[in-house]
Design a binder for this molecule. Structure first.
Ligand code: SF4
Ligand code: SF4
Ligand code: FES
Length: 287
């Protein structure tokens, strides 16, 4: 539905005829907000909260606020402290490195606009590191377990790229379409942070039997659907049938609600569950 704007252009309205709020247009320019940050000096150290006043301009994101704090790390009560540490890379919601919990919701700090989460003068934004990964320092966490899970499910296409092997097998457009959506995963960890079955496990010796999570299950589906990648499908399904695999999923469906790339994670969990059933019956008759 649209309404006519004074300049003659149309703009969208909701079913009740209300024009959706444009946070950037509504937010006052040059206001001061508070960033309340959960801080930690290093692995195993106690955490504490510190609050910083930040002068923001329209269009500022959480990372630009952290940069202002890094330049002048003074708390709201005037105490000089250490700069806050965080991780980031692409600054366009592609790498997943800047993922943190913002006002209680896990998301990327580079794409989180202050005008949307703290639109008024004096509003507070709360920043915490993800709780399912060990803290390196402040808002920066170590996501190594997430990447180890990718090797656990062999999330790759097994080809030797050192010589020309001719054209690859043809892929059906429908499969391509399914795989394209799954391939948008940026390994950010949001789905793992939100999952009640995925818990903090700092001991790498236990990663092979701890729950692998929706992210790796979906990547297994992505590569099992690939015409060349499917050569490793039996290995992937064996892994996902083992402890810490698919059966550890409690079907709470939190993962799919928080995925910033809208990856159909519960659909992937269902598809891998069906593939495991077929694979185990086939393995039984082969043995
Ligand atoms: S599936 Fe979504 S939430 Fe999970 S790691 Fe990939 S992009 Fe992030
Ligand atoms: S559906 Fe499974 S993977 Fe997703 S949040 Fe629930 S338990 Fe975790
Ligand atoms: S910096 Fe890459 S997703 Fe935010």
């Amino acid at each position: 539905m649209t309404t006519q704007a004074p300049n003659g252009t149309s703009r969208p309205t909701t079913a009740r005829g209300v024009t959706p709020r444009d946070p950037a247009a509504a937010a006052p320019a040059g206001r001061t907000i508070l960033l309340r940050i959960k801080r930690c000096d290093g692995p195993g150290k106690a955490s504490r909260w510190e609050t910083f006043p930040v002068r923001v301009e329209p269009g500022a994101n959480v990372i630009s606020c952290l940069q202002l704090i890094a330049a002048n790390p003074v708390t709201v009560d005037g105490r000089r402290t250490t700069p806050v540490a965080w991780d980031s890379n692409c600054l366009e919601e592609v790498c997943g490195a800047c993922t943190m919990v913002i006002n209680g919701r896990v998301r990327q700090s580079c794409s989180c606009l202050i005008d949307a989460v703290a639109p008024a003068e004096g509003d507070t934004v709360t920043l915490e590191p993800m709780s399912k990964f060990p803290v390196v320092r402040d808002l920066w966490v170590d996501r190594s377990r997430l990447f180890q899970a990718m090797t656990r499910v062999k999330a790759w296409v097994p080809i030797d790229g050192t010589y020309f092997q001719g054209p690859g097998p043809r892929e059906k457009p429908a499969t391509q379409e399914t795989r394209y959506k799954l391939s948008e995963c940026m390994s950010c960890g949001c789905c793992l942070e939100a999952c009640p079955q995925y818990n903090l496990e700092p001991d790498p010796d236990r990663w092979d039997t701890a729950f692998v999570g929706a992210h790796a299950i979906s990547l297994a589906r992505l590569f099992n659907l690939h015409e060349t990648g499917k050569a490793l499908a039996p290995d992937r399904l064996d892994t996902l049938m083992a402890p810490g695999g698919h059966s550890d999923c409690g079907n709470a469906q939190n993962c799919v609600k928080v995925c910033p790339k809208h990856i159909p994670l519960t659909e992937s969990i269902g598809a891998i569950g069906r593939a495991i059933t077929v694979h185990s019956i086939a393995s039984f008759f082969r043995s």
